[in-house]
Design a protein around this ligand. Sequence first.
Ligand SMILES: Nc1ncnc2c1ncn2[C@@H]1O[C@H](COP(=O)(O)OP(=O)(O)OP(=O)(O)O)[C@@H](O)[C@H]1O
Ligand SMILES: [Mg+2]
Length: 447
Amino acid sequence: MTPYLLVSRSVEFESRVRALLETSVNIVTGEFLTFGAETVVGRFDSTPRIALLGPLLNYEETHDLVEALAELNPDVGLIVVREQRSDLEEWVDEISPHAVLSPNASDETILELLERLATWLIENGRAEAHHFDVPPPAGVPGATLAALVAREAPPTELEAIPIEGVAFDPLMQAGPVEIWEFPPLAAGVPTEAIAVVAPKGGQGKTTLAINLATGLAEVAPNSVVLIDADLQFGDIVTALGLEPERTIVDAVADAASDEIVLKTALTHHADGFFVVAGAPSPELGDAIPTQALGQLIERLRGSFRYVVVDTTPGLGEHALVVLEHVTDAVFVTNMSVPSLRAMRTEFDLLTRIGLMPGNRHVVLNQTDRLSGLTVRDAENIIGAPIDVDVPRSSAVLLASNRGVPLIHDDVRDPAAKAIRSVVMRIAPDAFPKRRKIQRKRGSDESQ
Ligand SMILES: Nc1ncnc2c1ncn2[C@@H]1O[C@H](COP(=O)(O)OP(=O)(O)OP(=O)(O)O)[C@@H](O)[C@H]1O
Ligand SMILES: [Mg+2]
């Protein structure tokens, strides 16, 4: 009985799996795919219960293999082994694997995933326990795969704790597909936290915060987290079309726990960043202790290259604590005289109390030639230079209503270009990528 199958083009991954699973795995190299998926599937005599497909198989090859395998055993457990790429969710939608595994995942992760999937298949009547009774690997007398897993890493609850480096699909976990791929932060890499603040409401903080996270995720994929700390009326999840299971209320509670628990409070966005969703009600948001919010930012700075924080308008306790824990602040104002005056007061106050972050970026938003003021007038009122002016544009509202970040929705829009230049003040490498632009346009046209 050989319950596992691996089809891949990576000699390195094949030898790792061979060492882990020994005689319980059939390995077929991707070259055989030249002769068609059926040929590959026909190369072994026992029915595979769990198939690992990849790395280095293309979409068509993987798709054809899945179809051929499903004919052989409709209940086969499917794991796609693949680097996380921006099209991963499309693969997951089309191919519906049970999990997506990073080829760089540790041996413990691979064994833990196989154990969980095997358990799930058995519990759901898709396989029998004896299908996984395999001869003990050489040198480990009497060991079963389950025992091996227990030895390497204590098994965890399937539903409760996602495995780092593994993306599950809804077959294995209730809820939407979650991609738990956190690139490890190398020692000594400086992390940056950026607060987006404004003395008055409606100036464009959330728009800026979402697009900052999106742009920074291009240079640090999946190493960016966007915190909705507009504690009363945070609306990031709506603007991004996300359906979070957990919010900032859970995240601050988890900030004291271990990293894995904290990460379960995050929601993944397809553009490669994570979101801490806003509070479910203004009362719950207001009740968050300021100190806990500061602690949350610090904890996330330990795991992410960039932490972007959207804030409540004004200089309440929560906004001040955010400013205390960031390296950069993006100050946003529109062109109205009251807003510009309020910004001047905010600058004076923050300087006086010593809470002006080291890097300050002043954004004049919704500029409009009909406003009766020039950028120079605005600078005179604020008493500071404007770093970027973002024109008023209908594309901003359109993107928000479509639930898509503007800089990926309409790259040629003047407001998108200006916001991109705010991103590049923080990460100079975040210039627009042609491939990304074309992909987005292509997917728009197909809608
Ligand atoms: N450059 C722009 N051009 C046109 N509309 C804009 C622009 N920037 C923001 N808006 C629109 O202005 C409104 C307020 O923007 P946004 O929600 O980003 O501001 P905010 O400061 O987060 O507001 P709040 O204080 O309510 O959280 C939104 O409807 C947004 O679409
Ligand atoms: Mg907002």
